[in-house]
Design a protein around this ligand. Sequence first.
Ligand code: PEP
Ligand code: MN
Length: 287
Amino acid sequence: MGSSWKDQFADAPDVLKTTPDQTTVVRAGSVFIGGGDFVTMAGPCSVETERQLMETAERVAAAGARVLRGGAFKPRSSPYAFQGLGLAGLKLLAAARERTGLAVVTEVMAAADAPLIAEYADILQIGSRSMENYALLEAAARTGRPILLKRGMVATVADLLRSAQCIASYGNPNVILCERGIRTFETSTRNTFDVGGLTVLKEVCRLPVIADPSHAAGRRSLVPALARSAVAAGADGLIVEVHPHPEEAWSDGEQSLNFSEFGTMMADLAPWCELRAACRYALETVA
Ligand code: PEP
Ligand code: MN
């Protein structure tokens, strides 16, 4: 790592690489993230109904996803929007895991909810709006579950690493970082997907890094291309919103893929993932 990086990220010593190929592999159930396999997490923005979740879980598993996403506690910009099913949503996620074998990731918004959510989920998601809620980071870390830490929408790479360090400092090194787009002057996408930041993370940080093209794009037509760029930049996986009928979704329908769009995206990504693995193998055998 260059000495300028060392100064810039000095607050995150335990998550920085000490050798160029140092990696932390995070295990969630039978899924390993950061170990070389490209792992896709997919599912609805919000858990809505049993039928919606089960159907989605089965279809995303069939298309190659390994982890089911779905919000039961939702951080909504409006207090009048759907806030999530809460405990009932957690129970549906656990039932979907039973049925499909997918691991489950879901968001924790309040420190007090962390132990309960940890009983149902394999990975606890810290949302963008919560990245610097240190009491929440501590409570989530102390459950011992792996943490999916999303970059705050106005957070720098150094800020993100500082929050990751915070989780590690509570004795939980199992952190997956997520680039989900940041606020810039650009308004044609919901957020600006920071592929440069993702690249920096892959260079300096030992933790797995995934991309969320859905919240970056804000519209479904852009999601597959952003996903492809994440593969090319070396991301360890994706988290993508998928819904049986996106136009009827209770949240984030505009950026959700339907089953057919998700299947096409997964098929399109496969050769890019293979190419990347082949390049890595070639480099390793040359070295
Ligand atoms: C989500 O994953 O549905 C979500 C709210 O994401 P973010 O925290 O990145 O906005
Ligand atoms: Mn969402």
